[in-house]
Structures are given as structure tokens and as C-alpha cells.
Design a protein around this ligand. Structure first.
Ligand code: ADP
Length: 488
């Protein structure tokens, strides 16, 4: 199916710096393709550090006027941007599915989710309250104010091509900061489309800059974004190794850093769980976006007493999944993003099989070819398998067996990651204990879908630093300034 858009203005093949749609200084471009069929959708500029420097300087120049714009005016512009995203939801969803592969229904959902951050932070912009603290001396008065941190660099992944950008750009703009964004090389078209709408909403030139670049140029663009002293904040969502590299690079100029990195979510089903609810939660958490979200369940721990019953119910649910191109019909699972993703999924399954796991459903590349993969269930998984250690990022549910609550806790926490965790139980004591003991930033209790703009999203351990969304999300783009008034 070809890509039909009502609003052709949304398909942009130029990057956006200082309010101008432009090509790379080098003149180079790279192709954006559809993972469902390999078709070329567009070409976009392949920018490097030289272009990035121009964008950073434009952002710096735009900063003073924006930070002194009353919060209510900033909020009004953001609100217009939100409205435009929602008015163009269908086109944005089609564009996203074309370049990313997820089913159209999920893309529509992501446009709504991505837009919700703009709506939320438009509201929060007006609430960057400070504080008055009782003075430490008779003649002293203490006031704390919040101020925008300055030029922000945002580097984002392909799995949520809009939401991962708005979750950073909306709070930055709300706080009074300009942003330079480097979207993922697989999905720059969604980034450019929402930027065209930001322009239409009246976001002034220089406040949102989009640097598109290929994978090889990500290194020079990333070095400039993390090394340039003008940039005061780096916000990254992506893999843990790249996050560590960017944090190291940002340390030379001591930038504020937010990182949302890999996860390896445990999903625990206790004997007393509502098994149907647990299966529904796992289906949503595991197979959404073909298993390519950082909060996807990666390790499914099932208590011995319900192991077989749960496996059967899960098999029934998974057998009904419709795999196909995201733009077509009733598709529930699209292709994986690229060949590297396919290779990793296969490697995890082969490794698990070699260590004793059984494939009870799927396990193979899908008959559709390309990067399509069968929804898969493995039983008899153990902690020694790669699938227990690394994030699979694919449609594979490995089922581990456990006996006691303590065993579940130690297996679940046996990971350097700590982004999200899920468990199903109807025992209030167990619920509270698990919620406290699990080492992760977010916990779904009898719930498989936890992302919302109103709650703080983020991880502990090597899953990251900082929180996005919620009222906490604005603070990531602000500095506290303490004023001590003496001689009062
Ligand atoms: P994934 O495995 O999800 O592609 P990555 O961490 O490689 O995760 O990618 C997330 C984002 O980080 C993408 O925008 C990618 O281009 C960017 N990226 C990858 N390597 C670097 C780097 N060395 N410097 C800056 N950005 C990078």
C-alpha cells in the first residue's frame, strides 16, 4: 500500500534549523525505508557536526526572548501545537507506520500519547513555582526560584518516533529552553512532520532544531551535542552503551544529563493471580510494537502452581495474533525495525534452546519474510540464558518457573537494569512487599500498560537517570537558584 497523506506538507525531506528547512552543508542525504517491504519513502539530509554547531548557535540566540516570554504565552503556543498534532493524527500515524512498522492502531495511539506530553507541559509551564524558606537568621530571607537550564540537546530512538521527542521537547519549551533534536536515523520523517506542525503553531525560529543524520554521522553529531559548551542539558533515550558514552562525553563540560536506557522487565505471575488478567497484561506488555519497547516484559516468572495453566492460556492468546504490514487491515504485529533486530531475536532463541528451553509457539522468522518474526513463547527458561541477561527487543516471551516470593524477588532483581517491572497478585501483603522490593523505577501491579504523561517515567540502576512526564518532568529542564536576602 502506498503512503497516502491528506496533508502532503507533513512529508519533509529537509532538516530544520533556525526556522529554515535546509539541506546538509555537505549536500549529503540518506534514504528512509519502510521496514515492511524495504521501499524507499524519502531521503533526508545527512548532517554532521558542522550543521549541528549552526543549530546550537541558533538555539542559543533564540533563548533570551523565549525565556522571558510569559509562561502563559509559551503555554498557548504549545497548546496550538497539541491541537495540530491531534488534527493530523491519521496522517502522522500513517507516516509513522510507514517508516517504523508498527500497526496503524498503535501509531494512532502513539500520536495521541506523544501529543499528550505537549498538552500536559503546556499546562505545567504555568506552574514552575519556586519556594520561600524560613531564614536561618533574624535578618535573612530565603527564596528559591526556578530558571530554564539553557540549550537542550535531545537524542531519540526509533521505537516511539514522536512520543520520545515530545516527552523531551515539550517540557524543555515549557520551561523556557530551546532544543536541538537528533532523531533516530530509521524514523526522521515523524520528527520532521511534527516540527512542520510546531512551525505552523507559531513556535519561534531557533527553538526547535532538527538535525537528521545517518548512523555513521550520529557519532560526530553526538560529539558536538555533548561537547559544545553552549549546550547545558543532554536528554537521551536509547541503548545503555550509547547512553554511557554520551554521559562520559557530557562530563567534560558538566552538563545536566537525563538518560532513559535499556530495560529488562520482569513480569511475575503469582499463584493467587487472576490468570486471565495476567495473560491480557502480558500480551499488551510483551507483544506491543513487536516487543520493541523499553518497558516490554522480557522475563516472565510464573509460580510453579500456575505455570502450566498460565502457559496454556498464553498460547491461546498468542495463537490469535495477526502478523502483517502495519498499514494493512487487522494487523496486530508488524515487522522488526531492521536486520540487526532480527539477528538478535534469533540469537536469543538459539541460545535459550541450546540451554534447555522449549519452543512451544513460534520461534522462527515469519513466512512473510523480511524482518517479520513469529510471536514466540519459550518454556523452561533459566537465568543462565542470554534472554535473562539482555533486552531481547522482539516478540519472544520466555517463561521461567519459581517457587517462593523470595526466589521471585532475587531472580527479578538479578539484572543491571531497573526500568519497569510487573506482577500479578491479589494478596495485599504480597503486593506491598513486592512493590517495595523490586528494583525498578516503575511497577505495574496487576497492570501491563503503565505509560502515561501524568506519571514519572524513568529507571534505576543502569536503566537511567531522571524522570520524564508528570510534574517532575519539568524540573529536568530547570535549575534551582537560591537567593539569600540579608540585612532585612
Ligand atoms: P537502538 O539500539 O535503539 O538503535 P541506539 O542507542 O543505538 O539504540 O540509538 C538511539 C539513538 O542514539 C539514535 O538516535 C541513534 O542514532 C543515536 N546514537 C547511536 N550512537 C550514537 C553516538 N555514538 N552518539 C550519538 N548518538 C548516537
Amino acid at each position: 500500500m502506498s503512503l497516502e497523506l491528506k496533508n502532503r506538507e507533513l512529508l519533509r525531506e529537509q532538516a530544520y534549523i533556525n526556522g529554515q528547512w535546509i539541506m546538509a552543508k555537505s549536500g549529503k542525504t540518506f534514504a528512509v525505508t519502510n521496514p515492511a517491504n524495504g521501499d524507499q519513502l524519502a531521503t533526508v539530509p545527512d548532517m554532521d557536526d558542522t550543521d549541528t554547531r549552526v543549530a546550537i548557535e541558533a538555539a542559543e540566540a533564540a533563548w533570551p526572548a523565549w525565556r522571558s516570554t510569559p509562561a502563559k504565552e509559551r503555554a498557548n503556543i504549545l497548546r496550538k501545537w497539541f491541537n495540530l498534532l491531534m488534527a493530523n493524527q491519521e496522517d502522522l500515524a500513517r507516516l509513522m507506520t510507514a517508516e517504523q512498522g508498527k500497526p496503524l492502531a498503535e501509531s494512532r495511539g502513539e500520536v495521541g500519547y506523544g501529543a499528550s506530553f505537549i498538552e500536559w507541559f503546556a499546562e505545567e509551564a504555568k506552574r514552575a513555582y519556586g519556594d520561600v524558606i524560613p531564614g536561618h537568621g533574624k535578618d535573612k530571607r530565603i527564596v528559591v526560584i526556578k530558571q530554564p537550564v539553557g540549550v537542550v540537546a535531545a537524542i531519540t530512538p526509533w521505537n516511539f518516533p514522536i512520543a520520545m521527542i515530545t516527552r523531551k521537547v515539550a517540557p524543555a519549551l515549557a520551561a523556557g529552553c530551546p532544543v536541538v533534536v537528533k532523531p533516530a536515523e530509521d524514523t526522521p520523517l515523524s520528527a520532521l512532520a511534527i516540527t512542520a506542525l510546531a512551525e505552523e503553531a507559531g513556535v519561534p525560529a531557533g527553538l526547535i532544531n532538527i538535525i537528521t543524520c545517518s548512523k555513521p554521522n550520529a557519532v560526530s553529531v553526538g560529539s558536538e551535542l555533548t561537547g559544545n559548551p553552549i549546550v547545558r542539558k543532554v536528554s537521551f533515550t536509547g541503548s545503555t552503551p550509547v547512553g554511557k558514552l554520551l554521559m562520559r562525553q557530557a562530563s567534560d563540560t558538566v552538563k545536566k544529563v537525563s538518560l532513559e536506557l535499556g530495560g529488562n522487565a520482569p513480569f511475575i505471575v503469582f499463584d493467587d493471580a487472576d490468570l486471565d488478567a495476567a495473560v491480557a497484561g502480558l500480551m499488551a506488555s510483551k507483544y506491543r510494537n513487536t516487543g520493541q519497547t523499553c518497558v516490554c516484559a522480557n522475563r516472565v516468572y510464573v509460580q510453579a502452581g500456575v505455570y502450566n495453566a498460565f502457559t496454556e492460556k498464553l498460547k491461546t492468546a498468542v495463537s490469535k495474533m495477526v502478523v502483517g504490514p502495519g498499514l494493512e487491515g487487522e494487523t496486530q504485529q508488524g515487522p522488526l525495525i531492521n536486520d540487526a533486530a532480527l539477528t538478535k531475536v534469533k540469537r536469543h532463541i538459539e541460545d535459550a534452546k541450546s540451554k534447555g528451553a522449549k519452543v512451544v509457539m513460534g520461534g522462527q522468522a515469519h513466512a512473510l519474510g523480511g524482518t517479520f518474526f513469529e510471536p514466540t513463547i519459550l518454556t523452561d527458561a533459566t537465568q543462565e540464558m542470554l534472554i535473562a541477561r539482555e533486552e531481547t527487543f522482539g516478540p519472544v516471551a520466555p517463561l521461567f518457573r519459581f517457587g517462593t516470593d523470595d526466589e521471585a524477588i532475587s531472580m527479578a532483581n538479578d539484572s543491571e537494569f531497573g526500568l519497569s517491572a510487573y506482577f500479578y497478585s491479589r494478596d495485599i501483603h504480597r503486593v506491598w512487599r513486592m512493590a517495595e522490593e523490586l528494583e525498578s523505577g516503575m511497577i505495574g501491579v496487576n497492570e501491563g500498560i503503565i505509560s502515561t504523561e501524568v506519571a514519572p517515567f524513568g529507571g534505576v540502576k543502569e536503566s537511567g537517570l531522571g524522570r520524564e512526564g508528570s510534574h517532575y518532568g519539568l524540573d529536568e529542564y530547570m535549575e534551582l537558584k537560591y537567593l539569600c536576602l540579608g540585612g532585612m
